[in-house]
Design a protein around this ligand. Structure first.
Ligand SMILES: C=C(O[C@H]1C=CC=C(C(=O)O)[C@@H]1O)C(=O)O
Length: 422
């Protein structure tokens, strides 16, 4: 299913990026819903309004999104006074994990506020060419008021479509299949439903995540809100980089963090999980690169969990767009498994739920094909008073179902905290 872009996109739209004073990012989002964000430690992009939207599903979703974005940007009249990745036209991206049923979306905001290397700018998209304010404008276009951020006074939790007891059984079944040699690794996830007493303000969740999960990419696209520590791929011209995570431990009473980190680095099970994930990424990226290097694993410490982490950097040999590179890489064995096709089939069979955009690529692309795509982890799909939280764990032949249930619970902590507030 492909939805045509808004009819406005057929006319020649104006895009204007200009420098402004840095006034923060998340605090500028004007409304409780419809937030667009990709922010890490105060830098990144936020957007609001909708100049155009593209929706697609199916195995062709990356290519269709890429084609639509190229056509859309080719028809724009761009005045970019900033000239960095993320200035000029930008689309926020959130793609489905699976080929089916899946629902992927690109949203082009009317206004984007960006911060990069201490430099701030605003981009307006969709006005008549040349109609935007000049450098003396101080008010942000498209914003009449920033509505106060609301917090729910209570949140309760209830089963999602794939509750914990069924998840534990699915983990057991997957482990049996791996012991029988059917596949080497698979990542199984489950969901939890949070129900608040009032409509959830996406900005409240984003701000809570940004405060507690520094070093993570805090994101919101079309109601999917989260803070991911994992970067599928960033493209800045000819340079690409990725942060691969797999292999996890979590705080336990009486065990010093340093001991947990040392045990993680020495755990054969976690090192194997990690190695599958790194290899899936590097094998898929290598054909596009003239050079590539891997640094890791080391331990990435977050407030709720610690992960084995490797950073991959490559130099592209051609000029594939970020979306086309994402198509080759997704899903890595950090969210799918090894071999990929067998793992995806086992996920579909044993989870029996639609992951939606959880564990899919999320982030932004610009008019040069640059951008950042994270792996949509530690997230919730927010709709009115409900938020559907997702968490998954990489499994290998010697995984323990009870430990995986505890690990998945630790991975929902960021969203539970952000929904409930301080
Ligand atoms: C699938 C998730 O995490 C992945 C990323 C880091 C570590 C993982 C692990 O150790 O299982 C998972 O591969 C999730 O958070 O839902």
């Amino acid at each position: 299913m492909t939805t045509a872009p808004a009819s406005r996109a057929r006319h020649r739209l104006g895009v204007h990026s200009r420098r402004v004073a840095d006034a923060g990012l998340l605090g500028r989002l004007p409304a409780p819903t419809g937030a667009l964000a990709w922010v890490r430690d105060g830098a990144g992009l936020v957007g609001w309004g909708e100049a155009a939207r593209f929706e697609v599903s199916g195995p062709d979703r990356f290519a269709a999104a890429d084609r639509w974005w190229r056509e859309f940007t080719a028809a724009l009249e761009v005045r970019d006074e900033v000239g960095v990745p993320g200035s000029g036209p930008v689309a926020f991206v959130s793609l489905a994990f699976a080929d089916r049923p899946g629902h992927s979306v690109l949203v082009v905001p009317e206004v984007v506020a960006g911060v990069r290397d201490g430099e701030a700018w605003v981009t307006t998209i969709g006005g008549r060419p040349g109609a935007h304010g000049g450098p003396r404008d101080t008010a942000l276009p498209g914003v009449t008021e920033v509505r106060p951020v609301r917090r729910p006074s209570s949140v309760r939790y209830t089963d999602g479509r794939f509750p914990v007891p069924a998840y534990r059984e699915a983990v057991r079944a997957a482990v049996a299949r791996m012991r029988a040699g059917e596949l080497a690794k698979v990542v199984l996830a489950h969901d939890v439903l949070a129900v608040a007493d009032s409509p959830i303000d996406e900005r409240f969740v984003l701000e809570g995540l940004a405060r507690r999960y520094q070093g993570c990419w805090v994101y919101a696209v079309d109601g999917l809100v989260g803070a991911t520590p994992e970067l599928l791929l960033r493209r800045s011209g000819a340079v690409v980089d990725s942060r691969v995570l797999a292999g996890t431990t979590w705080p336990r009473a009486g065990v010093p963090d340093d001991d947990l980190a040392a045990a993680l680095l020495a755990s054969g099970k976690d090192l194997a999980e990690h190695e599958y994930a790194v290899r899936s990424l590097t094998d898929a990226l290598r054909p596009f690169c003239a050079a590539m290097s891997v640094d890791g694993p080391s331990v990435l410490r977050l407030p709720n969990v610690s992960h084995l982490s490797s950073d991959v950097v490559g130099t592209l040999s051609g000029t594939p767009s970020l979306l086309r590179l994402g198509e080759a890489l997704h899903p890595t064995a950090a969210v799918g498994g090894t071999p990929r096709a067998a793992a995806v089939a086992v996920i579909e069979e044993l989870e029996g739920m639609d992951r939606g955009r959880y564990a899919g690529p999320v982030g932004w692309v610009d008019g040069n094909g640059d951008g950042e795509l994270g792996v949509a982890l530690r997230c919730a799909r927010v709709e009115g008073r409900t938020a559907r939280l997702f968490a998954g764990c990489g499994l290998v032949a010697d995984s323990d179902p009870d430990a995986e249930v505890r690990e998945a619970h630790a991975k929902t902590q960021p969203l539970r905290e952000a929904l409930e507030g301080p």
